[in-house]
Design a protein around this ligand. Structure first.
Ligand SMILES: [Zn+2]
Length: 397
C-alpha cells in the first residue's frame, strides 16, 4: 500500500499506529483481523502496532467476537479512560469548562459569568479555577490531562493559539493563551468559537463528511467541515462569510463595521435585525427581544427574521453550489428564532442552488447550542492528542 513520506523520512501509511487506533475508535475495525483487512498491511505489522497501543493503555483487548467460522476473533476496544481533556468554551459574558474522557463523554462541568473585555489575565485566572474544580469533582489530577481545547469569540492564529485583533476582546491581541495551561504539560489547541462549535455539532448531530455550521449572532460566521475535519484555509480565516457582499433589491446601501458596504452581517446579523426592528417601530431594546417576538409569532418581527433568513440564504445558496455540503446547521442567538429563519433560508437556498447540490441537503437549527462549544473544544483536544503524528510520538516515549 502506498504511503506518504514526511520530511523526516518516516513513512506514515494508513497502517500507522495512529491510523489503526482511529479505525478502532470510529468502529470501522473491531479486531486485529479487521485491521489487516482494512489496511492491507501484514498481520505481523498490525500485531506489533496493536501491542504497542495496548502497552500505551490506548487499546484494550478482550471478549470473543462473532465469527463466520473457526476461532472467533478477540475484540479490540478503545480505552477512552486512558486520560482526559479539558474543554473551555469562552464566551463574551460567560465561560464554561468541562473535563471529558477521550470519547468526549462529559465527566464534570462548571461555568461562571465573566466579561471578556476585562482582558486575558483575570479571565484566564477564572478558567484556571474552574479547571481545577472540574478535575477535583471528577476525581482526576492535572497529570491525567492529555490535552486542552479552547474556543474563543474572535479570530485566532491556530498554530500559536494567539487571538488576532479580536474586535470584541480588547487586550487579547497576540496573548499566548496556551501558556496559561502550562501546569498540565500537554498540548493546548485554541480556535475561534465558530470552528469549535462546528466540531461540536458533528458530535451532537452525528458526523457527516462535509458540512457548514453557520452562527448568526451579532456577527455572522461559518465553520467549514471537510472530510469530517475543520477546514481553516491558508491563514485560518476560512468561513468568514459575514463580510460577503450582498446586493439589496431596493438599492439601499448599509455601511458595515468593517468599513465596506452591504456586508451580509450588516444586513442580516443580530445588530441589523435590532436596527431594522427599532426603525419599524417595534418596542424592543435587544436582538434577543426581536428573536423572542418572532418565535412567539409576532407578525412584524416574524417578517424581519424571515427577511434576514432570505438574505443569509442567498449567500448560502452560492456556498451550496460551490461546496455541495451534506448538512447546514444554524446556531447562535438569532438561530433561536427557529422556523421563520429556516423558512427564509430554505426558500432562498432551494430557489438559487443547483438541484443536484440541494437534493439531499439538510438545513437545521442546532439541537444543543449550549453544549456545542464545550463538546467541540473537547473533540478538538482529543483529535489533536490522538492525531497520527501525536500517537507516533506518544508510542516513541
Ligand atoms: Zn463587513
Amino acid at each position: 500500500m502506498a504511503g506518504t513520506c514526511h520530511d523526516d523520512g518516516v513513512a506514515h501509511t494508513s497502517a500507522s499506529a495512529g491510523a489503526l487506533l482511529r479505525h478502532v475508535r470510529t468502529g470501522r475495525a473491531r479486531s486485529r483481523a479487521d485491521l489487516v483487512a482494512l489496511t492491507g498491511a501484514s498481520r505481523n505489522t498490525v500485531s506489533a502496532r496493536v501491542d504497542q497501543l495496548i502497552a500505551a493503555n490506548l487499546l484494550e483487548e478482550g471478549g470473543p467476537g462473532w465469527s463466520t467460522g473457526g476461532r472467533p476473533p478477540t475484540l479490540l476496544h478503545f480505552n477512552s479512560r486512558a486520560g482526559c481533556v479539558l474543554a473551555v468554551d469562552l464566551g463574551v459574558t460567560s465561560v464554561d469548562v468541562a473535563v471529558t474522557d477521550l470519547s468526549a463523554q462529559v465527566l464534570a462541568t462548571a461555568g461562571h459569568p465573566i466579561d471578556i473585555a476585562e482582558g486575558p489575565v483575570p479571565v484566564l485566572a477564572e478558567v484556571d479555577r474552574l479547571s481545577q474544580k472540574v478535575l477535583a469533582e471528577a476525581g482526576l489530577t492535572p497529570a491525567d490531562v492529555c490535552a486542552v481545547g479552547v474556543g474563543v469569540p474572535g479570530p485566532v492564529e491556530f498554530s500559536s493559539g494567539r487571538p488576532f485583533h479580536p474586535p470584541i476582546m480588547p487586550g487579547w491581541h497576540d496573548h499566548p493563551i496556551p501558556d496559561s495551561f502550562r501546569r498540565y504539560e500537554c498540548p493546548v489547541f485554541v480556535d475561534n468559537d465558530v470552528n469549535v462549535m462546528a466540531l461540536g455539532e458533528m458530535g451532537i448531530g452525528g458526523p457527516v463528511q462535509d458540512a457548514l455550521v453557520v452562527k448568526v449572532g451579532t456577527g455572522i460566521g461559518c465553520g467549514v467541515i471537510v472530510d469530517g475535519r475543520v477546514y481553516r484555509g491558508a491563514q485560518g480565516s476560512a468561513g468568514d462569510i459575514g463580510h460577503i457582499y450582498v446586493a439589496q433589491p431596493d438599492g439601499r446601501t448599509v455601511v458595515c463595521r468593517c468599513g465596506n458596504e452591504n456586508c451580509l452581517e450588516a444586513i442580516a446579523g443580530g445588530g441589523a435585525l435590532l436596527r431594522d426592528a427599532v426603525a419599524a417601530g417595534l418596542p424592543v431594546r435587544t436582538t434577543r427581544e426581536v428573536v423572542e417576538r418572532a418565535a412567539q409569532g409576532d407578525g412584524p418581527a416574524l417578517e424581519l427574521v424571515r427577511d434576514a433568513g432570505r438574505t443569509i440564504g442567498t449567500v448560502l445558496a452560492a456556498l451550496v453550489n460551490f461546496f455541495n455540503p451534506h448538512r447546514i446547521v444554524m446556531t447562535g442567538g438569532v438561530a433561536q428564532a427557529g422556523a421563520p429563519l429556516l423558512a427564509g433560508i430554505r426558500e432562498a437556498v432551494y430557489r438559487r442552488s443547483m438541484p443536484l447540490a440541494a437534493r439531499n441537503l439538510e438545513i437545521t437549527v442546532s439541537d444543543a447550542p449550549d453544549l456545542s462549544g464545550r463538546l467541540g473544544a473537547a473533540l478538538m483536544a482529543i483529535e489533536g492528542f490522538l492525531d497520527e503524528d501525536a500517537v507516533h510520538q506518544v508510542l516513541a516515549q
